[in-house]
Design a protein around this ligand. Structure first.
Ligand SMILES: [Zn+2]
Length: 257
């Protein structure tokens, strides 16, 4: 498929999706013109899936040197400690910018959840971790009860599946389970990030935290990757509601994360 055909198919599931570089240019312009936020004084963080497909040239403005919070499926596995460390690394008089979300492929036939990767002639799943989670949730629905067991050997996948378990019925019985599991994962990622931000609020010594969340759409290697933006939010740190948790700040090294 060519660019136009691919875009037409993507837009059926994601009507607002645009090529990654185009959409980032648009938001960087907004940051500068409306909020006077300069990218060179901004520390980027990402909570996206580890999949190499996501480290696309189309997102290079953000991915050149980010604080990496994400792992399989895009969940911010670095948790509270990661958020505090990130807060401490922001340049003086700078700002925070967190880019997050799951990803999903569209192959040359317009099939959702599949993609052809550079140097390969066959297709694989995208997101592989989410499609595996979906397979397991469907199995549970039809056969024996599947419970993801905590395992040090595969803890990100286990945590991803546990996070999605509460929504399994809706996901499995939706019209397009591959799309639905991706959208639910987006919600899980955003909820986790906002919780960590509230807990780490007092560690952010900057004025603003910018959130850009969406669904990354992977395409064939010769075509651009797309982004469907679900949230662009400029938070004033002083207005963020602080959430108290167990006191993890007693340790001297905590202040030096
Ligand atoms: Zn993935």
């Amino acid at each position: 498929m060519n660019l136009r055909e691919t875009e037409e198919i993507i837009k059926k599931s994601f009507p607002n999706a645009l090529p990654g570089d185009e959409i980032l240019d648009k938001y960087f312009k907004t940051m500068l013109e409306e909020y006077e936020i300069k990218p060179d004084k901004t520390l980027f963080a990402t909570s996206i899936c580890s999949d190499d497909a996501n480290f696309s040239a189309d997102f290079s403005k953000i991915l050149s040197r980010p604080f990496v919070m994400g792992g399989l499926g895009g969940l911010p596995y670095t948790g509270i400690t990661g958020m505090v460390a990130y807060a401490h690394h922001i340049p003086d008089n700078g700002n925070a910018f967190i880019f997050y979300g799951p990803h999903i492929g569209f192959n040359g036939n317009g099939e959702i959840g599949r993609m052809r990767r550079p140097g390969q002639s066959h297709d694989t799943n995208s997101c592989g971790a989410l499609m595996l989670a979906l397979d397991r949730l469907i199995t549970e629905d039809h056969e024996e009860v599947y419970v993801p067991l905590s395992s040090e050997l595969d803890f990100q996948q286990t945590m991803l599946e546990r996070s999605l378990m509460p929504f399994k019925h809706t996901i499995v019985h939706s019209e397009n389970p591959k799309l639905e599991i991706t959208l639910y994962t987006y919600n899980v990622i955003e909820k986790m990030l906002k919780k960590f931000i509230s807990i780490a609020k007092n560690e952010f010594h900057c004025e603003k935290i910018i959130l850009l969340g969406g669904i990354i759409i992977n395409t064939d290697p010769e075509l651009p990757d797309y982004l469907d933006v679900k949230n662009f939010e400029v938070m004033n740190v002083k207005d963020i509601k602080s959430v108290k948790t167990h006191d993890f700040s007693d340790f001297v090294a905590f202040k030096d994360l």
